[in-house]
Design a protein around this ligand. Structure first.
Ligand code: FEO
Length: 397
């Protein structure tokens, strides 16, 4: 994809990664983009770079607009290598002594990634930098989602360069939100929030408070992944507030894996009981669903029931994987329960329950375990567990 003019003298010069399918454990079925932005002003400024493997696409985009050696300033909003992987090669082209503006933690983290051989200039929250007609303002967004993260804002044009925030892993030849399928766009934005920003939801809410106090207005929000927000700015901000608040809904997930279909029978019976009680339910086997898609569904669900067979006195490996991933993302305000079939020892459901408890789930019933294959009595216990969850969910406002 070639460079694209997004405003007067401002160009998208990033790269589209059509074929990436795994982004450090997050399934990216729709690929991704790494967005970099070039501002032509008295001091020519580049905001962020791209993954190292896409350097050629990135530098070619810049060359189609200007000679990269004319760039005076680089701004690094975030150190993670999908935005800095190309930085060292790029600096060697434009001149190693040119300044790289970044947050204080950015200076530290860039040094830890690429050494001290570049001219890093740390900026503080609220600092301003005049580049000609424009004055750039830096907004520190520490831990959204790395310690070094910051935004860059152009008050004159009301354009926010929001780093990872408001991103989507969504490869497209289009650059603006109104040019792509709206349902797909918001599906990808939700998945991105659930898998990247969820643990920092309190900070997201605080950031919105701060932005309100600063009276910042936005004509354009330019994230480092996916499309640029223009038409749907209000909607995506409202959704970020909703996702950050994590209010539980009357929806349950039954997540499981199975060895000989017994835990699967339990999962289906629990799910059916929830459905009969008019609770929206999704029954998700880890043989079919990726952990990152389950987290996306979990974000607004009120209840989670996790089923694991016992294998070698422990939790089934795919369930351990899911629970580790989920615990790290720190979902809030959830009800939980564990279940599973076993042969002779049956440790898994109890261990799952302990992990749910550690993850601050409210456990609604003791772990349910059934030996070998559930009979009618066992299936009745599964039904009761589903009903118990339904009763609790119905009480939610
Ligand atoms: Fe897109 Fe945190 O990097």
């Amino acid at each position: 994809m070639g460079p694209f003019k997004i405003a007067d003298n401002i160009y998208w010069v990033g790269a589209v990664d059509w074929n990436i399918r795994d982004f450090h454990g997050y399934s990216t079925y729709e690929g991704s983009t790494y967005n970099a932005y070039l501002i032509l002003d008295e001091k020519i400024t580049l905001i962020d770079t791209v993954k190292d493997k896409l350097f050629d696409q990135f530098i070619s985009n810049i060359r189609q607009v200007i000679d990269p050696r004319k760039i005076d300033i680089v701004i690094s909003n975030h150190t993670e290598m999908d935005h800095t992987g190309s930085l060292p090669r790029f600096m060697h082209i434009i001149g190693k002594d040119k300044p790289i503006y970044c947050s204080k933690m950015g200076k530290k983290n860039l040094s830890l990634h690429f050494g001290d051989g570049f001219y890093y200039i740390p900026v503080a929250d609220g600092d301003k930098l005049t580049i000609g007609k424009r004055e750039l303002m830096f907004i520190e967004t520490r831990m959204l989602h790395w310690p070094d993260s910051m935004f860059t804002y152009i008050p004159e044009e009301k354009i926010l360069f929001s780093s990872d925030a408001f991103g989507e892993h969504y490869a497209t030849s289009r650059r603006f939100d109104h040019e792509v399928d709206e349902d797909e766009l918001f599906k990808q934005a939700k998945k991105y929030y659930a898998n990247i920003l969820l643990p920092y939801s309190n900070l997201v809410l605080k950031l919105f408070e701060k932005v309100k106090k600063l009276n910042l207005e936005f004509n354009m929000i330019c994230p480092d992944h996916g499309v640029i927000w223009t038409k749907h700015i209000g909607k995506i901000i409202d959704l970020y507030v909703k996702w950050a608040e994590q209010k539980p809904t009357k929806k349950a997930l039954v997540v499981y894996d199975t060895m000989w279909h017994s835990t699967e029978k339990m999962a289906e019976t629990i799910g059916e009981a929830l459905n009969k009680e008019d609770i929206e339910v999704k029954i998700m086997s880890l043989k079919s669903w990726h952990r990152s898609d389950i987290i996306t569904e979990l974000m607004d669900a009120g209840g989670l029931l996790v089923g694991s067979p016992t294998l070698n006195n422990s939790i089934f490996p795919t369930i351990s994987d899911f629970l580790t991933y989920m615990k790290g993302l720190r979902p809030k305000n959830k009800l939980g329960a564990a279940f599973g079939s076993y042969g002779w020892s049956g440790e898994a459901p109890k261990k799952v329950e302990e992990i749910l408890r550690e993850a601050n789930f409210e456990i609604i019933a003791p772990a349910l375990k059934i030996q070998y294959v559930p009979n009618s009595n066992g299936l009745k216990q599964c039904e009761d567990l589903g009903k118990q969850m339904a009763e609790k969910l119905k009480k939610l406002n």
